[in-house]
Design a binder for this molecule. Structure first.
Ligand code: NAD
Ligand code: TDX
Length: 356
């Protein structure tokens, strides 16, 4: 089992990264330091880590504002903190935004990943007691029909600018392993949900629109299928692969929990209704079918048996438990929601870190 002294987490102010930092600090077997490298795009929010900053700031937790495409800045962070592991979450992550403006996706996901890899290779100079873990998505495998699953051997077939740029980053990671011997692990995960997810993704959009009595926009016929995983289960899988995975290998992570969007929405309505005490009918009347997402992948489903069999990981949260926690979190954390939506938080960033 590998252990690490100093872990450089990129994108730690985003949804999964912030949950990962909370998760690591809750683990008794991790006593090292975490460096959070994040440029704070619209999707990055340091409020998600206020409690961590208070408890561990300046001792075991350090924030560094930098762009992963900025080689000099990344080199300086490596020189200052000497990490022995990188967990690379930073990315542009929203498919709809990649359709509206693909360039940022190519820059951050491809060039940014290249920069992280190349700086790590130069800083680590052939060391074997280090690890670069790359966090990727099931979307690189394309779209499934009614049957079948993505395995680690499924050929890549990305179909949106987001998934194409993530596929590019995955190829670079494996190339750095094969060509330069950089110790890497790579995971491809299905759709995550949970606290701190930016309200542009399906589940938070729908929860907040229900509470505010706004239309619930269902793309196309609502019958696209996603495999949903509670974010803490994703992070326990990432940690399992980092500590026990074989360098140079890829592992699929999934919830084994497929839902048609429209059916998922009905589950979510029931959960929100339980929390708010409102009638289900009040939410059902908000369902609004809208124009489909261009190139909308029909079905994703992950076979994660390699991770389960070889490394002994399993999911800990049922879908009911995960949804219940997520709904409760969005109903309670109104300040976080107001701040990420209003731009008040962006003003705070400008004041403290300057214009970027
Ligand atoms: P997110 O959009 O919530 O967060 C991304 C974070 O990266 C933000 O804090 C942002 O400020 C930071 N960032 C963006 N560009 C940067 C740059 N150039 N330099 C430094 N920091 C930058 O994303 P997320 O949903 O937390 O996803 C994290 C990772 O997991 C991504 O690589 C994504 O592809 C992958 N993933 C996500 C899901 C999902 O369902 N959300 C599923 C599988 C894989
Ligand atoms: O308002 C909506 N209405 C709707 O019907 C939104 C935001 C989405 N949808 C549909 C599109 C998808 O079929 O819901 C499904 C989920 O959509 P998203 O939340 O945008 O996620 P998806 O496109 O599946 O991608 C997510 O999972 C894989 C993450 O955003 C990616 O970062 C991750 O790699």
């Amino acid at each position: 089992m590998r252990s690490f002294n100093t872990i450089l987490v990129t994108g730690g102010a985003g949804f999964i990264g912030a949950n990962f930092i909370h998760y690591l600090f809750s683990r008794p077997d991790f006593q090292g330091k975490i460096i959070n490298l994040d440029v704070l795009t619209y999707a990055g929010n340091l409020e998600s880590l206020d409690d961590i900053e208070k408890t561990h700031g300046g001792k075991r937790y350090f924030f560094e504002r930098a762009d992963i495409c900025d080689r000099a800045a990344v080199e300086a962070i490596f020189a200052k903190h000497a990490p022995d592991a990188v967990v690379h979450f930073a990315a542009e992550s929203h498919v709809d935004r990649s359709i509206l403006g693909p360039e940022a996706f190519v820059k951050t996901n491809v060039m940014g990943t290249f920069t992280m890899l190349d700086v790590a290779r130069n800083a680590w100079k052939g060391r074997e007691d280090v690890l670069f873990h790359h966090v990727s998505t099931d979307e690189v495998f394309g779209s499934l029909g009614e049957t079948g699953y993505f395995t680690e051997k499924t050929p890549y077939d990305p179909r949106s600018p987001y998934s194409a740029a993530k596929a590019g980053s995955d190829h670079l990671v494996m190339a750095y392993s094969h060509t330069f011997g950089l110790p890497v692990t790579l995971t491809n995960c299905s759709n995550n949900y949970g606290p701190y997810q930016f309200p542009e993704k399906l589940i938070p959009v729908m929860i907040l629109n229900m509470v505010e009595g706004k239309p619930l926009p269902v793309y196309g016929d609502g019958r696209n299928i996603r495999d949903w995983l509670y974010v803490e289960d994703h992070n326990s899988a990432v940690w399992t692969v980092m500590t026990k995975g074989k360098p140079g290998e890829t592992y699929n992570i999934g919830g084994e929990n497929e839902w048609e969007n429209i059916k998922l929405l009905k589950e979510l309505m029931a959960s929100v209704a339980r929390h708010t005490g409102k009638n289900l009918a009040d939410y059902e009347k908000l369902i609004t079918y809208v124009k489909d997402r261009p190139g909308h992948d029909r079905r994703y489903a992950i076979d994660c048996s390699k991770l389960k069999k070889e490394l002994g990981w399993k999911q800990s949260f049922t879908f009911d438990q995960g949804l219940d926690r997520t709904v409760a979190w969005y109903l309670e954390n109104t300040k976080w929601i107001e701040d990420v939506r209003s731009g008040a938080y962006r003003d705070w960033i400008k004041k403290n870190y300057g214009e970027r």
